[in-house]
Design a protein around this ligand. Structure first.
Ligand SMILES: C[S@@+](CC[C@H](N)C(=O)[O-])C[C@H]1O[C@@H](n2cnc3c(N)ncnc32)[C@H](O)[C@@H]1O
Length: 274
């Protein structure tokens, strides 16, 4: 069978199993199995070999059982970059691209930026890519995340200093009071809500998902002592958490605002250090 017909059937199969975006999912899995780009799927004039058909069938079954597509393809697009991703490190989400957009709008040409909880390096690398004059640091508690972020930085040729540890503690003390932007997409799912998350979300590490206001409060306190006066703290928040997090920021930050996403849900909270 030729790829277009394979895709039609695979997409119907994924839809029957309630997988979101069935056709793009089938395309992503088949491009990965065949080692071609999306256009190549539709122009390939040969049938799938039995080995390719078996590998694709396995990938479809794994997806239906809750394995994220990105764990099978090994990559995720984020703004202008293609990041390597792997199980054990949070897969960057499209909604976080908006946090980068908002953060960039706050920056001059040669700012000092810190991405706290960098995961695969998505935010830090996108900022460096789109604001090459920036000096960018990134931290993460997870050794696996630090290794992956460093790998992404080196393969993309983007200079980001990635350090292992809690919040901003891994940074050199001479940066205190000099940072222009602290940006973060911290874990924000409540422990009570974790069990109700879909399996493909629970495929991310628990430590990358479960957190909440106490972590934002620690981040806000730490960020206050590393940011210069007027420096910006920009964080992603859960859909209903904007006001709770904005309240945490207000005692130390000016101009605190909640930015909604395209669906009108709370997405980003921003403020300037007093
Ligand atoms: C929701 S993930 C976000 C990853 C990445 N910034 C992104 O948007 O794709 C949260 C990340 O924060 C890290 N993390 C959790 N607590 C942390 C802490 N106290 N200090 C530093 N990193 C932390 C986790 O290991 C995880 O990589």
């Amino acid at each position: 069978m030729r790829p277009p017909e394979v895709l039609r059937r695979a997409s119907a199969y994924l839809a029957r199993h309630d997988v979101e975006s069935p056709l793009p999912t089938a395309e992503a899995l088949l491009t990965s199995v065949l080692g071609v780009d999306r256009a190549g799927l539709y122009t390939r004039g040969q049938d799938l070999t039995p080995g390719e058909a078996r590998a694709f069938g396995r990938a479809l079954c794994l997806r239906c059982a809750g394995t994220p597509v990105q764990h099978m393809t090994g990559e995720q697009a984020f703004r202008r970059l293609t990041l390597v991703v792997r199980p054990g490190v949070f897969v960057p989400r499209p909604e976080t691209e908006m946090l980068v957009e908002i953060a960039l709008a706050e920056l001059g040409e040669a700012p000092i930026v810190v991405d706290v909880g960098t995961g695969s390096g998505a935010i830090a690398l996108a900022v460096k890519d789109e604001r090459p004059g920036a000096t960018v640091f990134a931290t993460d508690l997870s050794r696996e995340a630090v290794e992956l972020a460093r790998w992404n930085a080196s393969r993309l040729g983007l200079e980001v200093d990635v350090r292992e540890g809690d919040l901003l503690f891994p940074l050199a003390t001479e940066l205190r009071g000099r940072v222009d932007l602290v940006v973060s997409n911290p874990p924000y799912v409540g422990a009570d809500a974790y069990g109700a998350l879909p399996p493909e979300v629970r495929a991310d590490p628990v430590a990358a998902l479960v957190g909440g206001p106490a972590l934002y409060e620690r981040l806000m306190t730490e960020a206050s002592s590393w940011l210069r006066p007027g420096g910006v703290l920009a964080v992603e928040v859960g859909a209903d958490d904007g006001e709770t997090i904005a309240e945490i920021f207000r005692p130390s930050f000016d101009g605190v605002r909640i930015e909604p996403d395209l669906a009108g849900r709370d997405r980003v909270v921003v403020g300037r250090r007093r």
